[in-house]
Design a protein around this ligand. Structure first.
Ligand SMILES: *Cc1c(COP(=O)(O)O)cnc(C)c1O
Length: 377
């Protein structure tokens, strides 16, 4: 039997009608513990930290969309990243892309650095630089593509080939593309991490994270830590994450179409000096993005003349909400320098102060363009 398409699996995998009452959508099992058949003999579930049926449904569906053996859900993207990194040992080394989510950089430098992990940041588009950065004790090469907020594209297949030649695993933060547009495990990555908070949740109403892998050792190690560390999502958040996941495909296509319309507007605007979007033919990663992504996503960044100009635009929109985060149905605008990327100011990851980032939502594109037009003034 051939496997169903991704849009179909998003709605059916792990989501058979409930055995007890036939509920068509997966119920919220809002309980902390489960009655056992006998001492040391749970029916299926025992305690809510180690597992919950609502969380399990979400994990099965997301594992299927990423093409992975196993997914573990977490209380946040940072909880997912922390738990994955705790599979390493003090003294181990990580190579990190030089343009990643500020919180990932902060976790590695300020939390896990003192704990004992060693870190090298690297432009993963430069094969020589990556080959130099990988050491015998390098355990992970950590990729984010498209990246945040510069929308850099990394060739996952090329990085995986290089890393695997040295016995190093590749982690891809797939938050920006989501499995609807890109499946890193199929391109050779060993692990995918997500901030479920963003496109997967999709409605700006939950914080969540996930780790997906087919690597048997990592499944054991992360599975142990899920229970030992306990950074798990509650049943309600798992339910919301699953509800978001069911419409991911249709939302990502519309996010991508809307973003393309806004990019076409921005490129022609006299006050915009540069637009960063992987769908632009002159974007340095366009060719790779066209190969490894089904569409180019909903995130757009652009540069204007001054930081003051950027602030005026960000304050001036009416539909685009001035807010951090991304991936929801409503469009958001923010200045990465003083907002999402404030934690990397003064570091290798510092971003231009004149940069504006848009999370393009699902409103009608004409209304979004009219809103930007009045904000530019
Ligand atoms: C938001 C985000 C994270 C962190 O996720 P939280 O759910 O906020 O903890 C990690 N990576 C990327 C790319 C993000 O956008």
């Amino acid at each position: 039997m051939t496997e169903n398409h991704r849009d179909t699996r998003a709605i059916h995998v792990g989501q058979d009608p409930d055995a007890a009452f036939g509920a068509v959508s997966v119920p919220i099992f809002q309980n902390s513990t489960f009655a056992q058949t006998d001492i040391a003999d749970p029916k299926v579930w025992d305690y809510g930290r180690s597992g919950n049926p609502t969380r399990d449904a979400f994990e099965r569906a997301l594992a299927s969309l990423e093409g992975g053996e196993r997914c573990f859900a977490f209380a946040s993207g940072m909880a997912a990243e922390t738990t994955l990194l705790l599979t390493l040992r003090p003294g181990d080394h990580v190579v990190l892309a030089d343009d990643v989510y500020g919180g990932t950089y902060r976790l590695l430098t300020r939390v896990l650095g003192p704990w004992g992990l060693e870190l090298t940041t690297c432009d993963l588009g430069d094969a020589d630089a990556l080959a130099d950065a990988i050491r015998p004790d390098t355990r992970f090469v950590w990729v984010e593509t498209p990246s945040n907020p510069m929308l850099k594209v990394v060739d996952i297949e090329a990085v995986a080939a290089l890393a695997h030649a040295s016995g190093t695993r590749v982690v891809v933060d797939n938050t920006f593309a989501s499995p609807a547009l890109q499946q890193p495990l199929r391109l050779g990555a060993d692990v995918v991490v997500h901030s479920v908070t963003k496109y997967i949740g999709g409605h700006s109403d939950l914080i969540g994270g996930a780790v997906v892998t087919s690597d048997a050792d990592l499944i054991d190690a992360v599975g142990f830590l899920v229970n030992a560390v306990g950074a798990v999502p509650g049943p309600m958040d798992a339910f919301l994450a699953l509800r978001g996941l069911r419409t991911l495909g249709v939302r990502m296509r519309r996010h991508s179409d809307n973003a393309a319309a806004i990019v076409a507007y921005l490129v022609g605007h006299s006050m915009v000096n540069q637009v960063y979007y992987p769908g632009l033919p002159d974007h340095p990663g366009h060719g790779i993005a066209a190969e490894q992504m089904a569409a180019f996503g909903g995130m757009v960044s652009f540069v204007v003349d001054t930081a003051e100009e950027a602030a005026r635009i960000a304050r001036g929109t009416r539909l685009f909400v001035l807010a951090e985060s991304l991936g929801g149905v409503e469009s958001l605008i923010e200045l990465p320098g003083p907002m999402t990327h404030a934690s990397v100011s003064g570091s290798d990851l510092e971003v231009p102060a004149e940069l504006v980032r848009l999370s393009v939502g699902l409103e009608h594109p004409d209304d979004l363009i009219a809103d930007l037009e009045q904000a530019f003034g």
